[in-house]
Design a protein around this ligand. Structure first.
Ligand code: ATP
Length: 320
């Protein structure tokens, strides 16, 4: 093992740079060379690959986005394109590739592994929807950004006696909605993992008003429906001065939280240590605060991310 490649792919997530730094620095510390791949799998196939210097890693631990850039490249699902990528990796003398990304990016790493090229997946996505780990890089930052936005919206909701339906990201997962909703004291959280009843939510808001609370905050996961559609449904069941907001891409950017930086540092270093032990074809994760590495093929093909829906029950008990 002499050279490790590093690639970021899929939706960017705050903390990806901290992971790039950790992988590269840990490799250099062990006497290996680190090679950066620009623009995800697209750059890999095109040979947009460069030797990383330690100085390039200075001052990136606290930067959002990814210095290696990201790209959507659906062509990577084709076998001949994957084989081209392996040719490029071999051309640059790279022995193993660490992929930082979400579920789709993991599938790319899985394909390379199936073709016999040693690849390791490091979970980097704000959605927190990757099997084999309790948390992904970028989730904590996204939750904090969403919570801050919800706090601000709550101020204006209170001042103007309005009900706000706020759509947060998460693709098919309700994790960001659950965590930010609880943190902001939402009146209701709506996620794809649990059936919801718009009328019951409207009735709760109406009852709140009768009891003196004349504003409301509903946090809606994007995997359910749009904020606009939900607001229209809500308005059918009550007389609210309601507004719909989609938080959007602000959740993906910004300075990563300390928690995301530490998580990314642990993941990156662990990936390199596993490669040094001759291991590979793995998905890195954290469970019960312990670093874990599971077979990437088995993890993706036989396991699903499980959202902690008990948090929804918690919110129900606390919000009235
Ligand atoms: P996020 O969920 O945060 O957006 P992601 O990694 O799931 O991140 P995707 O766009 O789904 O984002 O995937 C990123 C890239 O991974 C794709 O553009 C493609 O290059 C590659 N990829 C996705 N699915 C596959 C697959 N089935 N086989 C090979 N490569 C894939």
């Amino acid at each position: 093992m002499k050279r490790i490649g590093i690639l970021t792919s899929g939706g960017d997530a705050s903390g990806m740079n901290a992971a790039v730094r950790a992988i590269a620095r840990s490799a250099m510390n062990a006497g290996l060379e680190a090679y950066g791949v620009n623009y995800g799998y697209k750059g890999l196939v095109e040979g947009n690959i460069f030797k990383m210097e330690s100085s390039q890693l200075d001052g990136i631990i606290n930067r959002g986005g990814t210095i290696l850039y990201s790209a959507r490249f659906p062509e990577f699902a084709e076998e001949e394109v994957q084989l081209k990528a392996i040719e490029q990796l071999k051309k640059f003398g790279i022995d193993a590739l660490v992929v930082i990304g979400g579920d789709g990016s993991y599938h790319g790493a899985l394909k390379l592994t199936k073709h016999g090229f040693n690849s390791i997946g490091v979970p980097g996505t704000i959605d927190n929807d990757i099997p084999g780990t309790d948390f992904t890089i970028g989730f904590d930052t996204a939750v904090n950004v969403a919570t801050d936005a919800l706090d601000r919206i709550n101020d204006t909701a209170t001042s103007h006696q309005r009900v706000f339906v706020v759509e947060v990201m998460g693709r098919g997962a309700g994790d960001i909605a659950l965590w930010s909703g609880i943190a902001a004291g939402a009146d209701a959280i709506v996620i794809p993992e649990r059936d919801y009843d718009v009328k019951a939510i409207a009735d709760k808001l109406t009852k709140n008003r009768e009891q003196g609370k004349d504003h409301g905050l509903i946090v809606l996961a994007e995997g359910v429906m749009s904020a606009k559609d939900f607001k229209e449904e809500l308005d059918k069941h009550g007389d609210f001065d309601s507004r719909a907001i989609t938080l959007g891409h602000i959740q993906r950017g910004g300075v990563p939280t300390a928690k995301d930086r530490v998580l990314a540092s642990r993941f990156g270093d662990y990936a390199v240590r596993l490669l040094l032990e001759g291991k590979g074809g793995l998905a890195i994760g954290i469970r019960d605060n312990q670093l874990v590495a599971t077979d990437i093929i088995d993890t993706l093909e036989n396991h699903k991310h499980v959202t902690d829906v008990s948090l929804l029950d918690l919110n129900e008990r606390l919000s009235f």
